[in-house]
Design a protein around this ligand. Structure first.
Ligand code: GCW
Length: 703
């Protein structure tokens, strides 16, 4: 007998999935574009594993019924079919094979869960356990089943045996968001459809929506496979230079948003949008956007109601205000908290979130040192933001440089919900032209001790909510996804997307593990390929840093036009305000004693560590101190010698990558092999340009 909660998977959908898989297997045998990313589901070649997978995953029994469960089961069918070559059977009769359903829906006769197990499972967590001839994938809520299904498929793709499998995982951070800087509407001339996007056009086809296409589904699968649970689909710049992102709040766009939300919902992903603080003025001609104006308040609540009537699980808004030309509450003499709370209160009755960016600088009355400014503005507002307002802070105080210290704001706002903003797209780290694997950088940031509440107050623990106990916290990544066939332009940049998602799920994961996973999922389990890709990825950040911006000095690149050339090439002579190089030395003195005083924003002992040249880590020396070129580093080398050596060595490393990659000829499908080979070849040229520009600049200055 079939129980009420038990779900019979519609035959028709199974057939559709199988057809899709066989089609994709067929095409990928002859050409791999990278489109499948880490969800390739290639046949396992080890006969022992194949036998095990076939016997354990050849049948599926599903308990419960929902869109998300459908997605989980579809994924299992497609994954198992690809990996084992046999499409699993689904039936309500099976007592072995995969059993998937919420713990409350699985009958005790099939599996008993201990109270300890159930207690350990959070709302988004999952449990995968082997019991005799069964693999049980369970959770408290639907989303956990989806994450569990993806995790299970990951195990098989990585060639793990299923003997004794017992995995209980909960995501560590509650908000795991992707931020697109995609520009909807008509594009002003010269403005690309993605700001700082290098992988082709935006995937969001506003002219076609609400008509959906397959790419939205595959996008949602990719996000869900790494546990991302929310996406902000448009640029935080919504009106600057004639941009039209602000129009997403007009009625014309609501059906389009609704269509996207309905697709993403199937994968547990909530839709968010960036909005303009002046929307009441821009959209409805209200005289101002002042938080104190009751008409403005009413406007926001009506607007929010309109959205929730169509999208009941809408995530909320992201706002860039009083920043780089985007308007904000300061025009009316109101604080950022007052501005944020205005919109937050409209969202509150619906459970929506207002995410307010702390990327604010350039106002008068602030320190002339840009690094100091966000703290000066936001620190005094700690405790003044509404319960459903979240402040989103970029990882560093400047702007996504290859090396900069962690923003002191993380350790300074105990009474404020906080999200960290990382940049997956490589605006300052080589666009889609240089391989630059950012996971090691993000790990350093997440592991950084703020000492806000003594040892253990790492950024990771702050954004997981455990240090300050704030309800909303998490991690946002500026997307590197575009409409290129492989999603990210450079194939190896997919590793950044994957790594971001994995770290968002669990900031404690080790770089090594994430890297292993990505390589095996993307290229299979061959040892040679594994070791070469790993070597390139794990050294690439240091290599990029070596031939670009030395010792934490920061901006050395060309100006910031948002086209594809901005922030890509070296232009040290135009960046003196940042690196402060002159004939006597280089670096920005940010000490309390003789400099801008920025070091005071850190808690002890970090403050003293950066303040003193004796204890400041060399890799950040020039961020905090101005030193003569003859200053000796811990390596024994002078600063000028270090600059010359690392720039020369960095280029040599890229040459080595190119040679190492060549050894993979024939071991990887030719399309992906050639694609990376060409990128590496070009990277040598770009790296040489950087080396020559920076070295000549400093040789001349330092004489
Ligand atoms: O890094 C700078 C970029 C801008 C970006 C801005 C921001 C979206 O150069 O392109 O605008 O930061 O984060 O708001």
């Amino acid at each position: 007998m079939i129980k009420a909660t038990e779900y019979i998977f519609p035959r028709i959908r199974i057939l559709m999935v199988t057809t899709l898989i066989s089609l994709s297997c067929f095409t990928s045998a002859s050409a791999e574009t990278g489109y499948e990313a880490w969800l390739r589901y290639k046949p396992v070649d080890d006969p022992v594993l194949l036998e095990e997978y076939r016997s354990m995953a050849g049948t599926i029994r599903v308990f419960g019924k929902s869109e998300i469960i459908n997605s989980a089961v579809e994924e299992l069918i497609s994954g198992v079919t690809g990996i084992t070559g046999i499409t699993p059977f689904i039936s309500a009769k099976y007592r072995s094979g995969i059993i998937i359903g919420k713990a409350s829906d699985i009958p005790k006769s099939l599996c008993r869960f201990s109270s300890d197990e159930l207690r350990k499972l959070d709302t988004e967590g999952f449990l995968i356990k082997r019991k005799g001839k069964r693999i049980i994938i369970t959770s408290r809520e639907d989303r956990g089943l989806l994450y569990g299904a993806f995790h299970f498929l990951r195990l098989m793709q990585m060639g793990e045996s299923l003997k004794g499998t017992y995995i209980l995982e909960n995501p560590v951070t509650p908000l795991r968001l992707l931020n697109h800087w995609d520009n909807p509407g008509i594009l002003p001339s010269g403005i690309p459809s993605i700001e700082r996007g290098y992988a082709g056009e935006s995937i969001f086809r506003w002219d076609e929506l609400p008509v959906l296409n397959r790419r939205y589904t595959d996008y949602a699968r990719m996000l869900a496979s790494v546990g991302i649970n929310g996406t902000v689909i448009n640029n935080v710049n919504t009106a600057k230079n004639g941009l039209e992102g602000w129009k997403l709040l007009t009625p014309e766009y609501l059906p389009k948003l609704k269509a996207l939300a309905s697709e993403f919902r199937k994968y547990g992903i909530r839709l968010y949008i960036s909005v303009n603080f002046f929307s009441p003025v821009m959209i409805s001609g209200i005289s101002d956007a002042d938080p104190a104006n009751s008409r403005v308040r009413l406007w926001w609540s009506d607007k929010v109601k309109e959205i929730y009537s169509e999208i009941p699980d809408f995530g909320g808004f992201l706002v860039k205000a009083d920043s780089e030309g985007e308007p904000g509450p300061m025009k009316y003499g109101r604080t950022h908290a007052e501005g944020a709370n205005l919109i937050a209160s409209a969202l509150e009755p619906f459970g929506g979130l207002l995410i307010w960016r702390a990327f604010v600088y350039g106002q008068k009355d602030l320190s002339p040192d840009r690094a100091s400014q966000a703290y000066q503005i936001f620190k005094p507002l700690d405790g003044k933001f509404s319960a459903n307002a979240v402040v989103q802070i970029k990882n560093g105080p400047i702007d996504f440089q290859v090396r900069e210290p962690v923003s002191p704001l993380f350790g300074a706002m105990p009474f404020t919900n906080q999200i960290i903003e990382l940049q997956i797209t490589q605006e300052y780290t080589g666009h889609d032209k240089h391989v630059c694997y950012l996971v090691p950088q993000w790990k350093e940031i997440l592991d950084f001790e703020t000492h806000a509440r003594g040892p253990g107050s790492t950024v990771a623990n702050i954004i997981s909510g455990s240090v300050f106990g704030n309800k909303y916290s998490g991690i946002a990544g500026v997307s590197n996804i575009g409409a290129d066939p492989n999603w990210t332009g450079h194939l190896l940049a997919q590793a950044n997307f994957y790594g971001f998602g994995r770290l968002a799920w669990n900031p404690a994961l080790e770089t090594e593990q994430i890297t292993d996973e990505w390589i095996k999922l993307t290229f299979g389990n061959g040892e040679k390929v594994y070791s070469v890709v790993k070597e390139i990825l794990l050294t690439s950040l240091k290599t990029y840093e070596d031939y670009t911006s030395p010792l934490g000095v920061g901006l050395m690149c060309n100006g910031g036009n948002t086209g594809h050339q901005g922030h890509f090439s070296p232009a040290p002579s135009s960046r003196v305000t940042y690196h402060r190089a002159d004939r006597s030395g280089v670096g920005y003195d940010r000490t309390m004693k003789t400099g801008s005083g920025f070091t005071a924003q850190y808690n002890e002992p970090v403050r003293s560590m950066y303040e003193s040249i004796e204890t400041c880590p060399d890799e950040l020396l020039l961020f905090f101190h101005h030193v003569p070129y003859s200053h000796r580093l811990r390596s024994g080398r002078t600063v000028i010698q270090h600059i010359i050596d690392t720039h020369t060595g960095g280029v040599e490393m890229v040459r080595k990558y190119y040679e190492r990659w060549k050894t993979l000829d024939g071991l990887i499908d030719s399309e992906r092999y050639m694609h990376v080979l060409e990128r590496l070849r070009d990277q040598i040229g770009y790296a040489e340009v950087w080396r020559d520009s920076v070295n000549n600049y400093f040789l001349k200055l330092s004489r």
